[in-house]
Design a protein around this ligand. Structure first.
Ligand code: NAD
Length: 290
């Protein structure tokens, strides 16, 4: 069993991005600048946004955090987005999800200039991704492709079962891995909450991407020997033995699945750190494309 080490791979990636930023600066070019909008005080969202700001500092980017109260109106949020769209120093920005219930998420995502949409959530980028055209790939699927590539995991002709069909993970993952590309050329099955014979499908899978958000859902009896496992899930589970009061659990029951796996991502330290590194990569690309 080989661990797909997202912590190490993301550190390598960030070191490469740091070098690219140094070269840009030495050439007298602008410093990449990422902005993030956070609405409200959701604990997980604040942790993610702070990690993104920290990553910017690490690679030498400029970063701006726009912290808005929970009761911010949709109109006010759209105005903030328009400001960032028109600010020539901002190369890319993200709106941290989820948004409070009174704000229509898709309307907000549609307002982001696709050239600055480093999360890759705007319909223009999603369409370009589906057509295999230059675009910003959503960070989590992009990070998974990068991990598979860097560990030379063979995907061509393999049967991939993606569990989950969300717009940010499952759906793009299934599209990307079926395309003619590195870490692609696979035969992909998408499973979701209405799938009836999931175990039959996962037992046939060479690669499983688990992105359903149910802790330790995929167990050893559901996978065949030699499988590659990508565990996207991150759920906070109460744990009084931890200082924080919780631990992070993936969608895969690591103890029973890892002995049967050729490759597996741990949680934490697998897909999570890759996601932040790919957001940095997209911001660098946005700056270079300008
Ligand atoms: P989501 O809730 O939007 O989607 C879950 C999907 O799982 C749905 O499509 C649903 O149909 C499917 N599903 C639910 N129950 C199922 C079942 N019993 N069998 C088969 N399919 C089932 O979730 P999401 O946003 O895609 O996130 C999934 C998980 O990944 C969450 O734990 C989330 O926290 C995590 N996540 C991690 C990262 C990262 O950077 N590592 C990024 C995004 C999401």
């Amino acid at each position: 069993m080989i661990l797909l080490d997202g912590k190490k791979t993301s550190a390598d990636l960030k070191a490469e991005i740091t070098e690219s930023v140094k070269l840009l600066k030495a050439d007298g070019k602008k410093t990449p600048h990422l902005a993030a909008i956070l609405v409200g005080t959701d604990g997980a969202s604040m942790t993610y946004v702070n990690a993104k700001v920290k990553a910017c500092e690490l690679v030498g980017f400029k970063s701006t955090l726009i912290d808005l109260p929970e009761n911010t109106s949709e109109e006010k949020l759209l105005q903030e987005i328009e400001k960032l769209n028109n600010d020539s120093d901002i190369d890319g920005f993200i709106v941290q999800l989820p948004l409070p219930k009174h704000i229509e998420e898709q309307k907000v995502l549609n307002a982001v200039n696709p050239d600055k949409d480093v999360d890759g959530f705007h319909p223009t980028n999603v369409g370009r991704m589906a057509l295999d055209m230059p675009c910003f790939l959503p960070a989590t699927p992009f990070g998974i492709l990068e991990l598979l590539e860097r560990y030379n995991v063979e995907t061509s002709g393999k049967h991939v079962v993606v569990i989950g069909r969300s717009h940010i993970v499952g759906r793009p993952m299934s599209i990307l891995m079926s395309q003619k590309r590195k870490a692609g050329d696979a035969t992909v099955t998408v499973a979701h909450s209405r799938t009836k014979n999931l175990k039959e499908l996962t037992l046939q899978a060479d690669i499983i991407v688990a992105a359903l958000g149910i802790p330790e859902f995929l167990t050893g009896d559901m996978v065949k020997d030699g499988v590659t496992i990508i565990d996207v899930g991150i759920t906070r589970i109460e744990d009084t033995t931890k200082k924080s009061g919780y631990r992070l659990a993936g969608d895969v029951h690591f103890e029973s699945v890892s002995p049967k796996s050729a490759y597996i991502t741990p949680v934490p330290g697998g897909v999570g750190p890759m996601t932040i590194a790919m957001l940095m990569k997209n911001t660098l690309l946005a700056c270079e494309r300008k």
